[in-house]
Ligand binder design. Structure first.
Ligand code: ATP
Ligand code: MG
Length: 353
């Protein structure tokens, strides 16, 4: 059978923002619902025979990666809330539990188990090269945990446990996925096995790094205190309008996508991805138009996408039984896949009796 497995996740480390949506969740929903999108995405990245990707059967697994979130301190009360919030946002954005699985990482102990196993095959030097570790440990100001250093091993475990083919993510995660792939190759070689499938990232190149509205050289991030620079998925219409109105712009008055115009380029990417209009078309449409007018239109575009998400989210959060049922089914499914995989790993490595 021509089946491909997609796996991805988001940390409940703060409020989800439009970067998480544009870089990750929006792609997940399209992969779930839209054959053409998927074929396009896959063939753009790694050309495969058309026949092979037509009628592609897919299995989609989306995780709330709470074990990743605790690599920097999380207040337990807030964490518990955020875990449910992230799961409900997946559903509100269009992840359909009839087609996809949603579960909470820490409810499947196989993730941390395999993470330890992979620790024993990943060379120390590989981890030291990870740019996310470098930037996040700087923010930790001397309080960096070993877990933060080890983050990519846990992520490799998430991916390899489920025989994942593709991981749809934003640009910042590509390096970690390459490490997961290298880890699979290394494990397979050391233990002379084909146990781990080699995964690939799936990235929407142009939209894979949405920047802060206050600093177009810094990535929009959940865990960075940048309230005006970050549009959260649950922001009110007023907040969306206020933040876009105050977004920094570049010198001059042209509305173009160009390297020397990082702020406008970022706003154009957001506009394009949330409206479906190509950037070239937007550049034409906004020739000679003021920044003020452009921003008003952009605020409407963003709010038109966020409004239904907000509304659906409110409904889902009122229906605790439903959310619980989705997460229980997701957990049971995840365990049914990961347990045999871990048993094979133990067997190959000679662990236990
Ligand atoms: P944190 O600050 O806690 O690391 P984050 O905003 O970076 O939070 P993650 O949970 O680390 O979010 O990542 C979830 C997904 O969102 C990943 O696929 C990641 O690549 C993607 N992503 C995160 N930030 C952006 C962004 N600014 N633009 C595009 N994609 C993003
Ligand atoms: Mg991140």
């Amino acid at each position: 059978m021509n089946k491909r497995i997609f796996f991805s996740g988001i940390q409940p480390s703060g409020s989800l923002h439009i970067g998480n949506y544009i870089g990750a969740i929006r792609q997940w929903v399209d992969i779930q619902n839209d054959d053409k999108f998927l074929i396009n995405l896959i063939s753009k990245q790694s050309p495969k025979p058309e026949l092979e990707i037509r009628n592609l059967q897919r299995e989609l697994i989306f995780c709330v990666v709470d074990l990743h979130a605790i690599t920097v301190y999380q207040d337990p009360k807030i964490l518990r809330e955020k875990i449910l919030e992230v799961a409900a946002i997946y559903l509100a954005c269009g992840i359909d539990p009839k087609k996809s699985r949603i579960f909470i990482q820490s409810e499947n102990p196989d993730h941390s188990y395999l993470s330890w196993i992979l620790d024993t095959v990943i060379p120390y030097g590989w981890m030291g090269r990870m740019t996310q570790f470098k930037s996040k440990s700087e923010q930790q100001k001397g309080a960096t945990s070993v877990g933060l250093f080890n983050y990519p091993a846990l992520m490799a475990a998430d991916i390899l446990l489920y025989d994942t083919d593709f991981i749809p993510v934003g640009e910042d995660q590509i390096q970690h996925i390459e490490l997961a792939r290298d880890t699979a190759i290394r494990f397979n070689r050391i233990y002379n096995t084909k146990l781990f499938k080699l995964p690939e990232s799936l990235v929407d190149q142009e939209a894979a790094r949405i920047m802060s509205l206050q600093n177009p050289l810094a990535k929009m991030s959940k865990s960075v205190q940048d309230p005006l620079g970050t549009i959260n998925l649950l922001d009110s219409s007023e907040d969306v309008k206020r933040k876009i109105k105050r977004a920094v712009t570049d010198s001059g008055n042209e509305i173009v996508y160009r390297q020397d115009k990082p702020a406008l380029s970022n706003l154009l990417v957001i506009y394009s991805r949330l409206s479906g209009k190509p950037i070239k078309e937007l550049e034409k449409q906004y020739q000679g138009v003021s920044y003020v007018r452009f921003k008003e239109d952009l605020a409407d575009v963003v709010d038109n996408v966020l409004k239904p998400i907000r509304e659906k989210y409110a409904q889902i959060r009122q229906n605790y039984d439903y959310l619980n049922q989705v997460l229980n089914e997701g957990r049971d499914f995840a365990l049914s896949r990961s347990q045999p995989k871990v048993a094979q790993v133990r067997q190959v490595m000679g662990l236990g009796r």
